[in-house]
Design a binder for this molecule. Structure first.
Ligand code: 13P
Length: 291
């Protein structure tokens, strides 16, 4: 069944757990995630990257994910991830996304607020008042779609410093944007960590006492399970995974393609391996966050 993102996350937090969110560039991964959530009897979130949602095919993927969420036996939300483009947000919501991360985190503080407010006003005007908005305060280093490479390297993700959320801004930001969830930068990065991740628990704690809305931890790949559990106890109700999920799928495809080629060009067999890789990752994340 489709679920409102804020309700899904809030009810998980009330039970002392968090909900994992998984980037889905494709339907095979989404099927595996939802099956894992159903097997575990837990809710999950399907994330669509903005680069995908900006295409006509990506909008059809969103529509398909919404159908998948509707038919799931557990609560599932479909979210447009990291977008600062109002047109992409409007299209993604029209296609079926029930929540969006309106991401003005790379902008000046007032511009970030103005962007979130503009998105809210646009959605309300277009009859999508029930669409849930996550906003982001503090800049995350790294690249959302590539673990390394020119884009990621130039943004030099390093553990623990760049763009931490300023906790003194949290109350004002939440009040003025009306955001229903808040993504924070507390030493987390997108993609691979250089060295060990060093989350700033002091900053997270300071944020957690300043707002009652659920917090979101992006860049969960590479963060040890025990730390994700600890974050969930500090009002982090949503935890986003991408790099580890797709790394696992790519490794599986690389290792198994030749076998399935030899087996009569068996694409179905290879897709079953993809399903297994994504499903195993999702099941582990679901179990970790429900501890
Ligand atoms: P990772 O790629 O670091 O897991 O981050 C995913 C993410 O935050 C998606 O929004």
């Amino acid at each position: 069944m489709r679920a409102r993102l804020d309700q899904l996350v809030t009810s998980a937090l009330q039970q002392g757990s968090a909900v994992p969110a998984f980037t889905c560039y494709d339907f095979t991964t989404a099927l595996a995630v939802v099956a894992a959530a159903e097997d575990g009897g837990r809710g999950a979130i399907l994330l669509v990257p903005p680069s995908t949602a900006a295409t006509a095919k990506g909008l059809r993927l969103i529509a398909a994910l919404r159908g998948l969420a509707d038919s799931a036996a557990v609560p599932v939300a479909v979210q447009l991830d990291h977008s600062s483009d109002l047109a992409v947000i409007a299209d993604a919501v029209a296609a079926g996304a029930d929540s969006v991360l309106v991401d003005g985190s790379s902008m000046e503080y007032e511009d970030n607020i103005a962007l979130v407010r503009a998105a809210r006003a646009m959605l309300d005007r277009s009859g999508s008042a029930e669409t849930v908005i996550e906003a982001e305060l503090g800049g995350l280093a790294g690249d959302e779609d590539r673990a390394f490479g020119p884009g990621a390297a130039s943004r030099a993700p390093s553990a623990g410093t760049a763009g931490l959320t300023d906790s003194a801004q949290v109350e004002d930001f939440v009040a003025r944007t009306g955001a229903q969830l808040l993504a924070v930068a507390v030493g987390n990065v997108h993609g691979r960590y250089q060295g060990e991740p060093e989350l700033r628990w002091d900053v997270l704690q300071d944020i957690a006492v300043r707002t009652r809305i659920p917090l979101v931890l992006h860049g969960a790949s590479g963060i040890p399970a025990a730390e994700l559990v600890k974050a969930a106890a500090m009002n982090v109700g949503k935890v986003n995974f991408n790099t580890e999920l797709r790394t696992g799928v790519l490794e599986t495809l690389e290792a198994r393609t030749a076998v399935h080629r030899r087996d009569g060009e068996n694409l179905q067999g290879l897709l079953a391996e993809w399903d297994n890789s994504a499903g195993t990752f999702a099941a582990t994340a679901l179990a970790t966050l429900s501890r």
